[in-house]
Design a protein around this ligand. Sequence first.
Ligand SMILES: [Zn+2]
Length: 201
Amino acid sequence: MAHDHDHDHDHEHEHEHAIEPDEDAQERAEAEARKQLALAQIRQYGDPALRLKANDVEDFDDDLRRLVERMIALMHDAQGVGLAATQVGILRRLFVYEPDEEGPRAIVNPVVAERGEEIASDEEGCLSLQGVRVPVDRSTRIVLEGKDEHGADVRVELGEYAARVVQHELDHLDGVLIIDRTDDEHRKEALSTLRPRAVLR
Ligand SMILES: [Zn+2]
């Protein structure tokens, strides 16, 4: 899941030396370059892997832990708050997410154990659907059970934003995208963003 971190940093630092290069501008340029490199490694809309259902993870081995590390690095570089294995072309049921300051986590073979009755709508983006933001209904409270990358049992109770993020990532493991979950009007608009050349045929 993508999230526009509205960087509220104050970029108007008082530089003591007027000739000092604009370090903020350079940092921003580097972050943008890292983001583009990460996005190039994340499957984009139209890629069949995004539409396939992932299979349970059976081996909690070094390969799995390396995959989790790689996915966390990609999620960070792409400035996202969640990334599912299907988005990197791996059809296994796991995702990484980081909806708050508590650091990134992986959930392997996630299952919804409980779902609250309340539903809320909010805009979502997706690292695989660049330039698209659409409103999606999600449960505001969810309990997930699964394993961590070492095979230990995990049970997390999530509310609001975190609940939204994991429902988005769970959808990816079943080949479901946000354009499937929004209304007709937003879907049409999103598809015109994703397939701008289709009309030229
Ligand atoms: Zn997504």
